[in-house]
Design a protein around this ligand. Structure first.
Ligand code: NAD
Length: 288
């Protein structure tokens, strides 16, 4: 397959490099110039002869700008596969625009982070036509370990923000419970042993424990180097609250998680740290 890859940042560069082992990949980025990928001079040049154009960009506004540049010049019937995390509205608008240009669009945000992108073990959650999903399945197989078709355009983004809203809320709940346990004189290892095998268990506790030295290896054991940065969690919680407002969904826990991560990243010391460093925030505080 001939692939155009636009957005060669932390995630895009290793994803494109994995595809380039078995496909003809031409990449473009306004800033990054990673080695090992053939580079074009513009987004249009990377996209115009491609069967599939993958975008891996920072947000929905940039996605819309790039889609505007490339759609009219892409090959008839080609697929625009957007793997960025963006707002549901932008994903749906870009899909409509693609269809009007005689293209097919799939939104397929990922989970798995930079490690998953490098090792080809990402999980994709995809929205868009089943036929286009089947066409890009071999690319998902190279870049990841699992791809779930979630329905129509935008549903990949919907799945991603719902998942990450649960993740943000459960991480905060796990962190505050550890600090309550500390203050009650309950040993952290005992707390982990009980909760990880009881009804309070979750991915945040069992697989990504925010307490250093407890549970499997996680960013907590590495000075809270991200992993999944607190500012990226804030981005996703922002997207879920935007979507909740647009859909008139009542999401008080999502809102509370959003507000806490906003405080942590914007006015405290959370920027650049893993999102599980929320534990250190609670350690420093009392109720006041
Ligand atoms: P990044 O900032 O490292 O990469 C984005 C790249 O897009 C940059 O290199 C930037 O120069 C480029 N870019 C911006 N505007 C452009 C344009 N008009 N044309 C071409 N290139 C342009 O971000 P990232 O960490 O690679 O994340 C990419 C997407 O993946 C984001 O939507 C993010 O939310 C999502 N995501 C990231 C992670 C993670 O752990 N980093 C995990 C899951 C999802």
């Amino acid at each position: 397959m001939k692939i155009g890859f636009i957005g060669l940042g932390n995630m895009g560069a290793p994803m494109a490099a994995n595809l380039a082992k078995s496909h003809d990949v031409t990449g473009f980025d306004t800033v990054a110039r990673p080695e090992g990928i053939a580079l074009a001079e513009s987004a249009v040049a990377a996209a115009k002869n491609a069967d599939v154009v993958i975008t891996m960009l920072p947000n929905g506004d940039i996605l819309r700008v790039v889609a505007n540049e490339i759609h009219a010049l892409m090959k008839a019937g080609a697929i625009h596969l957007d793997c960025s995390t963006v707002d549901v509205e932008s994903a749906r608008a870009v899909a409509v625009q693609a269809t009007q240009a005689g293209l097919q669009a799939i939104d397929a945000p990922v989970s798995g982070g930079i490690g998953g992108a490098t090792n080809g073990t990402l999980t994709f959650m995809a929205g868009g036509p089943a036929e286009a999903f089947a066409t890009v399945q071999p690319l998902f197989d190279i870049m990841g370990q699992k791809a779930v078709h979630c329905g129509d355009a935008g549903n990949g983004q919907a799945a991603k923000i719902c998942n990450n809203m649960i993740l943000g809320v459960t991480m905060i709940a796990t962190c505050e419970a550890f600090v309550l346990a500390d203050k009650l004189g309950l040993d952290r290892q005992a707390m982990f042993d009980v909760v990880s095998t009881s009804s309070g268990y979750s991915w945040s506790m069992n697989a990504y424990c925010p307490a250093p030295g407890i549970g499997p290896q996680s960013p907590a054991d590495n000075g809270y180097q991200p992993g999944f940065a607190a500012e990226l969690m804030l981005k996703d919680l922002n997207l879920s609250q935007m979507a909740a407002k647009a859909a008139d969904a009542d999401t008080p826990m999502g809102q509370a998680a959003h507000d806490l991560y906003a405080q942590f990243v914007e006015t405290e010391d959370g920027n650049g740290k893993d999102f599980s460093a929320m534990l250190t925030r609670f350690e420093k505080r009392g109720r006041g």
